[in-house]
Design a protein around this ligand. Structure first.
Ligand SMILES: Cc1ncc(COP(=O)(O)O)c(C=O)c1O
Length: 389
């Protein structure tokens, strides 16, 4: 059994706090130091200490984070990047060549769509955007032999659709493609896609993994060691790595991921219930609600339903913008997954880059990243914001 598999046998919170790092042999420091060094003294030419040669290739603070996130996702190897998009680009260039094809969600983070549409497509990578909650639609879009990646988010951003990871893994493998799951919204606490058959997990660690809105970062986690070698090469060759300080911040965030996620979920459940009964709200989209079309699947493959809620308001875009601007405890801002609650208008903000495409989002849609503040204050704030709109 590998050390990683051994680690995987501990409980989630134990792994979150201990995996990837042993107290420093010299000082006993319980927290990994921020190794602010670009290079390492060699003991004779090629005599590397612990394999460290140059910090683009490897840095001990980054190594600690990479071991930790691999353990949380029940993977074999983790890779940390300067942003979620840097992780995505490295993965795509490591696994696809011009002339290849990928299946992507028709409801996804706007920046991910922009990467495929405006950067990878001009280099010769074709994409088909499909609803990832529809297994047959994904099967129809796959071109055996040409499709290299089936890429899903689950829950999706911002419409919170749920993809059946196990079913998509089977159909991807039958077609010779890898299944990539962007696990940013669920976080490894709520869902471990590799255990359901996915080949690669992608994270914007900027979000729940970091958890405090103080760092931009990304990660990839895999089980297959051959794929890990390819990613190791590309991570170094492309060079979009996480800095030692950013690695330290994400690692620090991961230690409390479990307790934070439970509180995010508690607060989100309470708010989803409140919004469902509000006369100015026309639809609440939250996988934890029994009427959500992906509810049963989410209950099967996720531990809980997460901290993200989208909802639509009566009165169209004007009212949606007014609600966003009226909120006070919910901060008007992009991003998600931090301890503080955020509110945003996807059509004008995070998803402005998909306007006019198949991925365009409704103009009356509001997205909440429910934080871990006192639930009563969050409910009162939304009540005020909706009443004033
Ligand atoms: C689901 C999802 N994936 C990827 C990204 C991109 O990550 P980053 O902003 O860290 O580059 C985001 C950013 O919002 C996201 O929400």
């Amino acid at each position: 059994m590998s050390e990683q598999q051994h680690r995987n046998k501990s409980g989630f919170e134990t792994r979150a706090i201990h995996a990837g790092y042993e107290p420093d042999p010299t000082t006993g420091a319980v927290i990994p130091p921020i190794y602010a060094t670009s290079t390492y003294k060699q003991d004779g030419v090629g005599g590397l200490r612990g394999g460290y040669e140059y910090s683009r290739s490897a840095n001990p603070t980054r190594t600690a984070l990479e071991g930790n996130i691999a353990a949380l996702e029940e993977g074999e190897r983790g890779f940390a990047f300067a942003s979620g998009l840097a992780a995505e680009d490295t993965l795509i260039r490591a696994t696809c060549r011009p002339g290849d094809h990928v299946v992507i969600p028709d409801d996804a983070y706007g920046g991910t769509f922009r990467l495929f549409d405006k950067v990878e497509q001009p280099w010769g990578l074709e994409h088909s955007a499909v609803p990832v909650s529809d297994v047959d639609a994904v099967r129809d879009a796959v071109r055996p032999g040409r499709t290299k990646l089936v890429w899903v988010e689950t829950p999706t951003n911002p419409l919170l659709n749920i993809a059946d990871i196990a079913a998509l893994a089977t159909l991807s493998h039958e077609a010779g493609a890898l299944l990539v799951v962007d696990n940013t919204f669920a976080s490894p606490y709520l869902q471990q896609p590799l255990t359901l058959g996915a080949d690669v997990v992608v994270h914007s660690t900027t979000k729940y993994c970091g958890g405090h809105s103080d760092v931009i970062g990304g990660a990839l986690v895999v089980r297959d060691l051959e794929l890990a070698e390819t990613l190791t090469f590309h991570q170094n060759a492309i060079g979009a790595v996480a800095s030692p300080f950013d690695s330290w911040l994400v690692l620090r965030g991961l230690k409390t991921l479990g307790v934070r996620m439970d509180r995010h979920c508690d607060n989100a459940e309470r708010i989803a219930e409140f919004l469902s009964g509000h006369p100015r709200v026309t639809q609440v989209i939250y996988p934890g609600l029994p009427e959500h079309p992906g509810h049963e699947l989410a209950a099967k493959q996720m531990k809980r339903f997460g901290g993200m809620i989208s909802f639509r308001v009566a009165g169209g875009e004007k009212q949606a913008l007014a609600v966003c601007e009226n909120a006070e405890v919910f901060t008007l801002g992009e991003s998600l997954g931090g301890v503080e609650s955020l509110i945003e208008h996807p059509g004008r903000m995070t998803h402005a880059s998909v306007a006019g495409t198949d991925l365009e989002v409704p103009a009356d849609l509001i997205r909440l990243s429910v934080g871990i503040e006192t639930a009563d204050d969050l409910v009162a704030d939304l009540d005020r914001a909706l009443s004033g709109a």
